[in-house]
Design a protein around this ligand. Structure first.
Ligand code: ADP
Length: 408
């Protein structure tokens, strides 16, 4: 069975065609600059597994045209991997916000499409392009089942004490103001892989106490008890929690108001300051990219070093907090761009956590040996297992899609 996975951003469309028997991607691509300048500057990059990628300019005024280009690339006589669109059995869509309505993935019908639209208010940057992708695919592939996989769904198992803000309760009841959490598909995938690993170590599922650290350009952590999320660092929006590339994460909640007065700026400007000019970029003044900050700090840039220290300290602090939430800890998982690729940062995060039973093997950490996307980096005698797991949100979306359509 072939499943097409779609991830739509405001000016981009990512696609990935999976063979769900082998769970291998057959071809994937990215349509960029969709709708910018009327789509005249757009570009499609297409890559067939095991072959060189190609890119070509295209005119993509909207996502409906972008999906047309993607489908053409997939069926192209030279670069295609399928003979006809009939081979696409289903489409799985990444949808950022599912509110409280969706604790699991769901087959899309008009009602679900309407719900995704309703949640645009909660995720104004993300749900509108996700919705465009859904509409474009329903139009281009009529009759082909479409599935929505929500970033928020995995965290719907959080108990109220973890998701209610200590604000007037009516704000929750009347306006849906609560913590939702994001990156759920990634946290779910890596915690599943960690669960398999822990079972191999003879630890029963009900005893799995795992903290997953998704450290990419955006970052979040989740406390996962027996496979279920019981807390996560992002909140009503993706701004809460960790220090990120350009986001500040946790703050004194009085600060935005103070800054509005101090700087004479309005809410939109302060929102941009916290989301786009803060985090690694704001502290270091160097870059939002972790590699640039690591390189600058090696060369003696003190603010870049401070940015990296802040980043690591925040992760370490949450590790302690989540060990308390979980009533213990037997596994830490690092994933995403930084988590998978930055050994010194992983070592810095867990430094001083020996008292909690966390002991890293430096050589395993430095010379990461992934086996089927998973590597242990903790020492043999470390009571807490520390893993690096390559995340695969697209595969998770493809799996959910198959499961919903075939029941297996
Ligand atoms: P996104 O949230 O955009 O999907 P990614 O998961 O791709 O982000 O992560 C991007 C981050 O990963 C950047 O900060 C980048 O510097 C970092 N990164 C990627 N490779 C390395 C590396 N080898 N060393 C340190 N950081 C890395």
């Amino acid at each position: 069975m072939k499943v097409l996975v779609i991830n739509c951003g405001s000016s981009s469309l990512k696609y990935d065609l999976f063979d769900t028997v082998t769970e291998q991607s057959q071809a994937k691509g990215l349509c960029e600059r969709v709708g910018i300048d009327g789509g005249t500057e757009a570009l499609i990059e297409h890559e067939v597994a095991g072959k060189d990628a190609f890119e070509k300019p295209a005119c993509m005024p909207d996502h409906t045209v972008a999906i047309k280009y993607a489908l053409e690339a997939l069926t192209d006589t030279d670069h295609g991997v399928i003979d006809s669109l009939d081979e696409i059995a289903a489409v799985g869509h990444r949808v950022v916000h599912g509110g409280e309505a969706f604790a699991e993935s769901v087959v899309i019908d008009d009602e679900v499409e309407q719900a995704v639209e309703d949640f645009c208010e909660l995720a104004p940057l993300h749900n509108p392009p996700n919705l465009l992708g859904i509409r474009a695919c329903r139009k281009a592939l009529p009759g082909v089942p479409q599935v929505a996989v929500f970033d928020t769904a995995f965290h719907q198992t959080m108990p109220p004490q973890a998701y209610i803000y200590a604000l007037p309760y009516e704000l929750y009841e009347e306006h849906r103001v609560r913590r939702y959490g994001f990156h759920g598909t990634s946290h779910r995938y890596v915690s599943l892989r960690a669960g398999e690993y822990l079972q191999e170590q003879g630890i029963a599922v009900e005893d799995h106490k795992v903290v997953t650290c998704h450290l990419g350009n955006g970052g979040s952590m989740a406390a996962v008890l027996a496979g279920k999320s019981i807390d996560t660092t992002m909140g009503m929006t993706p701004l809460e929690g960790l220090v990120m590339g350009t986001r500040c994460g946790d703050l004194d909640p009085a600060l935005p108001l103070y800054l509005m007065d101090l700087l004479g700026q309005d809410a939109k400007q302060i929102d941009a300051l916290m989301n786009k000019q803060s985090g690694l970029l704001g502290v270091s003044g160097v870059s939002s990219d972790m590699r640039d900050n690591q390189n600058a700090s090696v060369e003696g840039d003190e603010r870049a070093q401070l940015a990296v220290d802040l980043f690591c300290y925040r992760v370490r602090k949450y590790l302690g907090a989540y060990a308390a939430s979980l009533g213990g800890l037997n596994c830490i998982v690092f994933t995403a761009g930084i988590g998978e690729n930055d050994p010194p940062l992983r070592a810095q995060v867990v430094e001083g956590l020996q008292f909690m039973g966390v002991k890293i093997d430096e050589s395993l950490n430095d010379t990461l040996q992934l086996h089927d996307g998973v590597a242990r980096i903790s020492a043999d005698d470390s009571p807490v297992h520390v893993l690096v797991v390559k995340t695969d949100e697209e595969l998770m979306i493809a799996r959910d899609t198959v499961e919903l359509l075939t029941g297996s």
